[in-house]
Design a binder for this molecule. Structure first.
Ligand code: B12
Ligand code: SF4
Ligand code: SF4
Length: 310
């Protein structure tokens, strides 16, 4: 590799690590041929449920060059959110770990914006866009192509070093960077722990998740009534679900994050079951001010709590 390019790549990696990203990798901005069939299959089987947006802009979702003019490279990054804090009441409705602190969209966007400015000011003048689950982009597919991990049977991106409790973001830029040759091989092997542990059998086959059966979908993305056939199967999950990640052997060595914005309000961690159930709107707004939990709104959270109780 040309020395100048090698320095540029090293510079981006160093900056990404200074910004607190766990890892960073590069891939060529191109059409996602293999993923197309899988995505279409998933949609044809209506596994997206009411997430109609997953069926929109399919061409763009499969080709970053349609999102960013003249796109040449995708820079994927991972941001750890594995918390040290735990909910104190064992009876309290369980909140998924990704929603403990400030909404990751804000945190990731700021950091990626800085990474883009760094590239523009110290490497080469270029144009690009920051993506944090904010546009039709297949985050996990790009991270896998960048050599940051493999897509596991629970459909999460996993890494042997970092497990899977991280968010994925990317920069799509018009600067040509060398893409990674290292594709991380699948380390799931014969393991089926995630499939066996899923209380709603949402992982209908290895690597295929039917969102309609997933607690995460039902408690966050579904705006209507929770599917009554899933009654008594939520294992006390009130917003999101981590079960298929908690049981994954690659998460045994998850290291705690160092991102101040992801630290939870300790009042939230201490909420008792009764306090959750008695929560009113002002309390909801106070506890979840900048949180991802806002997505389900107060009414959604109440619906979820009721589903666990009745
Ligand atoms: C829609 C969505 C959901 C839906 C559907 C999930 C799903 N598996 O598709 C619901 C609401 C259920 C959901 C839940 C969660 N989500 Co979500 N979600 C998304 C979103 C917006 C799109 C995902 C998508 O494209 N799905 C469509 C299907 C077809 O894609 P896919 O499952 O990735 O399918 C690929 C592979 O499975 C693979 N594949 C299919 N068949 C086969 C076969 C083989 C052999 C192989 C190797 C691969 C393979 O190819 C497919 C195409 O690339 C992304 C953000 C984004 N823009 O990418 C976040 C994202 C995937 N979610 C994320 C998170 C954190 C979660 C939760 C953990 C949140 C929680 N605690 O509740 C759960 C995890 C549930 C789970 N087991 O996946 C993170 C995942 C980070 C990671 N380490 O992987 C993402 C990337 C957001 C982010 N930017 O960080 N999510
Ligand atoms: S997030 Fe929960 S419900 Fe969804 S697939 Fe994983 S274990 Fe099953
Ligand atoms: S639990 Fe086992 S099968 Fe599931 S993602 Fe982890 S290693 Fe793969």
């Amino acid at each position: 590799m040309d020395k100048m390019i090698r320095n540029a790549v090293e510079g981006i990696r160093t900056k990404a690590s200074e910004l607190g990203f766990l890892d960073c990798g590069f891939s060529k901005a191109q059409f996602l041929g293999e993923e197309k069939e899988r995505l279409l299959n998933w949609l044809e089987n209506e596994m997206n449920g009411e997430m109609g947006y997953m069926a929109n802009h399919l061409e763009k979702r499969l080709d970053p060059r349609l999102l960013v003019e003249n796109a040449k490279s995708v820079i994927s990054v991972l941001l750890n959110y594995f918390p040290s804090e735990k909910q104190t009441d064992p009876e309290a409705p369980v909140l998924s770990k990704y929603a403990y602190g400030t909404d990751y969209h804000f945190v990731m966007k700021d950091k990626l914006g800085e990474l883009l400015r760094y590239i523009q000011t110290t490497i080469a003048s270029c144009e690009g866009r920051v993506f944090v689950d904010s546009a039709p982009v297949l985050d996990r597919a790009w991270a896998a192509r960048a050599g940051l991990g493999w897509i596991g049977k629970n459909t999460n991106l996993l890494s042997t070093e970092h497990g899977s409790f991280f968010f994925i973001g990317e920069l799509i830029i018009d600067l040509e960077l060398p893409s990674e040759d290292k594709v991380v091989r699948d380390h799931c092997g014969n393991c089926t722990r995630c499939i066996d542990a899923c209380p709603t059998q949402a992982i209908v086959a290895p690597y295929i998740l039917d969102a309609r059966k997933c607690i995460s979908y039902q408690t966050i993305e579904n705006h209507g009534e929770i599917d009554p056939s899933l009654k008594d199967k939520f294992e006390n999950r009130v917003f999101g679900c981590d079960i298929c990640q908690d049981v994954c052997p690659w998460n045994l060595k998850s290291e705690v994050h160092h991102e101040p914005a992801f630290h939870p309000d300790l009042q939230l961690m201490k909420l008792t079951k009764e306090e959750w159930n008695e929560m009113d709107k002002p309390r909801f707004n106070e506890l979840f001010r900048n949180s991802a939990v806002k997505r389900t709104r107060f009414e959604g959270l109440k619906r979820n709590l009721k589903f666990l109780e009745d």
